[in-house]
Design a binder for this molecule. Sequence first.
Ligand SMILES: Cc1cc2nc3c(=O)[nH]c(=O)nc-3n(C[C@H](O)[C@H](O)[C@H](O)COP(=O)(O)OP(=O)(O)OC[C@H]3O[C@@H](n4cnc5c(N)ncnc54)[C@H](O)[C@@H]3O)c2cc1C
Length: 291
Amino acid sequence: MIPPSFDYHVPNSINDAIGMLKKYGSEAKILSGGMSLIPLMKLRLASPTYLIDINRLSGLAHIKETDGFLRIGALVREVDLEKSALIRNKYPLLLDTTLVIADPLVRNRATVGGNLAHGDPANDHPATMLALEAEIVVVGPQGERKIPVTSFFTDLFTTALSSDEILTEIRIPIPPPGSGGAYFKLERKVGDFATAGVAAQLTMAKDDVCERVGIGLTNVGLTPVKAGKAEDALRGKRIDGESIKRAAQLAAQESEPTSDLRGSEEYKRDLVRVLTVRALNRALERSRGGK
Ligand SMILES: Cc1cc2nc3c(=O)[nH]c(=O)nc-3n(C[C@H](O)[C@H](O)[C@H](O)COP(=O)(O)OP(=O)(O)OC[C@H]3O[C@@H](n4cnc5c(N)ncnc54)[C@H](O)[C@@H]3O)c2cc1C
């Protein structure tokens, strides 16, 4: 399929890009990796009149820790996360996530910023960012604003980004010692979107007491789901097989899957339960220094 024709613009700076977004309004779309947008255009599910290609903007491709945050620039590609020693050594939840996204061809182009800005509940990073309590940094005509990831996904394929704003950075609080995270996803075949996925991040205090916990669910609702009741069941409590089992049941109840070709609603709910147990157990192991 061939997409409808469009005008192609390459801004020189973020301000230049924002000016174009302001000028062209809802007829314009940012182009990052193009791995979601171009297929949609080819299927004629999206027909932007103007494409604003931000790939040549500088200052958006960093992965670094400063001022208490891991900062991931909007143009960081999945392959950059995979190759980063910092991510490999310190952020196993992010590494788990990137490794199960699509295939290497897609991961060479797809950006973390695009994965979030697209607002697809089937994408894998949203659940992970919910578990990590990330902040999304966006820049628009009024300057910069930071949106907690819990307020970022507002509806199906809809985010808190305005049409004249660009997502520039993702900020993740640096996990303290005693932290660990994991992502588990079931897919029908390698490269597929999740039938369901679960991201878990834990910070443990003394005597196996859970100090901090984040649990995010993939593709079991109109938006990515934060399993708040499951988190509440663990926070401040001793983590053991029983409390993990209880939290997993709550996560399954909080999920809102629908039946489709990937499985029935009941099957997906049970999958959330099983994957939550696995993700929490792996996160716990990693909080103790395990791989
Ligand atoms: C075959 C295939 C399999 C896939 N499987 C998976 C999978 O298993 N898991 C998964 O998570 N993803 C999967 N994806 C999606 C892939 O990861 C997407 O590329 C990603 O979700 C979007 O990133 P992108 O950089 O390609 O964004 P683009 O396609 O360029 O943009 C997507 C949307 O976000 C907007 N946008 C992009 N960047 C910004 C920005 N910085 N500021 C504001 N708006 C922006 C665009 O305007 C557009 O509306 C798959 C894609 C393909 C083609």
